[in-house]
Ligand binder design. Structure first.
Ligand code: FAD
Ligand code: DLZ
Ligand code: SF4
Length: 525
């Protein structure tokens, strides 16, 4: 055995050639280990397309490393002997290769990091867990930004201030130390509803190759009971295709990204959104390269400032901030439920069968594509869960299952903090609760809905309309202390008793109706 032989363990969301676990990797001596394991695919029942995407991307990444001359020990899910979890698979690989040193990059989720720390003892080898350099802010950076001068943890954090710090630090869209155009944030330009004359660009499709087809068959065979469709499958699964896709986005969709960022349209799941989160989160694309290419488009006059600033803010602002919150607040964060929401998740979240057209659209697109864009996630699905008082643990699990970009570190703070206000305002300065009027303004969903968005009460009324007021009324105690809710809580107090009674009885009727029935497990997913 060569003396310094190292086993380098690369996880499924670390598919990046620059990942720290591959630093100084030597093709002549080292072995790179990757494993498809049942535990990761079933700890929640991930969407079929998500598993197919990730296994295919992992297999292609392994091939690229082999092309570079590395020895890759790749454990397939259907291998004759696959022990089913990371710890046992790693132990067997250590034994197989007779190594006494393992190197890995820190897992992105606390569950796996804790397991990795336990492997140190169990394996009796040196296990180095290295920092993940893909993040622009390290854990220490975030803690030091989030902690007050006296060393106390604040009651809330505002992304905007973190974002400004990140702009200064990265230099993106900065000129002589000042934000480009004189403003940090152009969000007020980014809330337009979409006129019929504006058409979304058509997306490039990446046809599945034989390796992807093989994975798709495996997923269909082993995970048939999981939510979601595998076909059609057109995701990029290699570094090369991911880069080509990023270039396409910057050239064709980024220019319209800002203006139509909050818009929703029937039958248009993507509009001008990037669909890059899946590729960034698994490592095929680096967040810095996405920002640099977007900034270059602005400097070359190919995309307007409101689009480029908005896009860069999502990545160096929201994405990094969300990661910081996860590591700052876990493990208790998972249990957050300041509004004491306890209603079970309705069955239509799995079937898409609901009379509420906005939800039917967003959920059926999720089912087909393992994707919904931010406003669908926040202002349709998240908003409904918030105002209907759905148990945050059930909502978290659903979001972790259904999106191809979902990993706990990014899903949880978005659900708990941003969508459900379950952390009492640590992430969001006020609940993102809205009535049907918002959805009607930002989409064309209401015109094909069985409910009437203009009606406030009664069987035909849009449920978002009365559930909104019911939510405010049920949560007065918590919400009245929020200064950004002052105006609306004032309006609630002024509601006549008979109007409040109407809101309550409409809501009770809705909660008892078929719409809120739990999922009938005999129904096909
Ligand atoms: P774009 O709209 O094109 O945005 C560009 C990029 O910015 C995204 O690719 C993403 O990397 C980043 N970004 C934007 N907003 C956020 C955000 N709030 N948090 C983190 N990154 C952001 N994002 C995930 O990556 N995984 C999740 O599991 C996830 N769950 C969410 C759950 C809820 C309830 C909500 C409200 C948001 C969630 N998001 C999640 C954030 C956001 O909705 C997705 O990142 C975005 O919709 C992905 O689509 P896109 O790549 O087309 O994004
Ligand atoms: C999401 C996922 C799935 C479905 N399967 C695997 C797998 O079989 N092997 C693997 O290495 N990674 C997988 N992943 C991603 C991991 O869950 C992710 O890397 C960890 O949760 C990060 O902490
Ligand atoms: Fe959604 Fe209400 Fe509009 Fe129907 S009327 S699409 S339920 S907002």
């Amino acid at each position: 055995m060569p003396e310094k032989r190292v086993l380098r363990f690369v996880l499924g969301d670390q598919l990046s050639r620059g990942i720290s676990s591959l630093d100084n990797a030597r093709p002549d001596t080292d072995v790179i280990f990757m494993a498809e394991v049942m535990e990761e695919a079933t700890n929640v029942k991930h969407h079929k397309k998500k598993i197919a995407f990730l296994f295919s991307a992992m297999r292609h990444f392994a091939e690229d490393l082999r092309d570079e001359g590395f020895t890759v020990d790749y454990l397939r899910l259907d291998a004759k002997s696959n022990p089913g979890d990371f710890g046992s698979a790693l132990a067997e690989a250590v034994e197989r290769h007779g190594v006494n040193r393992v190197v890995m990059t820190e897992p992105s989720e606390m569950r796996v990091l804790e397991a990795a720390e336990s492997w140190r003892e169990e394996l009796a080898v040196n296990l180095d867990i290295l920092a993940d350099r893909r993040s622009l802010a390290s854990h220490e950076d975030f803690v030091s930004w989030a902690t007050t001068d006296s060393g106390a943890q604040p009651k809330s954090l505002r992304m905007e201030y973190f974002y400004r710090e990140m702009r200064r630090r990265t230099g993106y869209l900065m000129t002589d130390g000042e934000p480009e155009g004189g403003q940090w944030n152009y969000d007020t330009d980014n809330r337009k509803s979409l006129p019929d004359s504006i058409k979304a660009p058509s997306r490039p499709r990446f046809e599945p190759d034989s390796m992807t087809r093989e994975v798709m068959r495996l997923v269909a065979d082993r995970f048939d009971a999981h939510f979601g469709d595998i076909e059609p499958f057109d995701y990029p699964v290699t570094r090369k295709d991911a880069e080509a896709y990023l270039d396409w986005f910057v050239a064709e969709a980024l220019p319209g990204f800002g203006d139509w960022q909050d818009a929703m349209k029937q039958g248009e799941p993507l509009l001008f959104h990037s669909h890059l989160s899946t590729l960034i989160n698994c490592g095929l694309l680096d967040p810095r390269e996405c920002c640099k290419k977007a900034e270059k488009a602005y400097r070359d006059d190919k995309a307007p400032l409101n689009s480029v600033e908005g896009f860069i803010r999502q990545i160096i602002g929201w994405r990094e901030f969300i990661r910081g919150v996860y590591w700052l607040k876990m493990p208790d964060y998972a249990k957050s439920n300041v509004l004491d929401a306890t209603r079970p998740l309705p069955g239509f979240f799995w079937t898409g069968k609901t009379k509420m057209n906005c939800l039917a659209q967003a959920i059926s697109e999720t089912r087909s594509n393992a994707y919904a864009h931010h406003i669908q996630r926040l202002m349709v699905i998240g908003n409904f869960c918030l105002i209907a008082g759905i148990d945050p643990r059930e909502v978290q699990e659903w979001f972790l299952i259904v999106y191809s970009d979902a990993y706990e570190w990014v899903e949880m703070p978005n659900v708990v903090g941003m969508a459900l206000f379950a952390d009492g305002g640590f992430v969001a300065s006020k609940p993102y609760a809205a009535s049907g009027a918002y959805i009607n303004k930002m989409s064309d969903y209401c015109s094909s809905c069985r409910f009437d968005v203009k009606q406030k009460s009664g069987e035909k009324a849009c449920p978002f309309n009365y559930l909104y007021w019911n939510f405010l009324s049920e949560n007065q105690k918590v919400l009245k202390t929020n200064h950004r809710m002052g105006l609306i809580m004032g309006s609630l107090r002024k509601l006549k008793q008979n109007r409040l009674d109407e809101v309550r009885s409409d809501s009770e009727r809705f909660f008892a109706s078929g719409e809120m029935q739990a999922w009938d497990q005999t129904e096909d997913l």
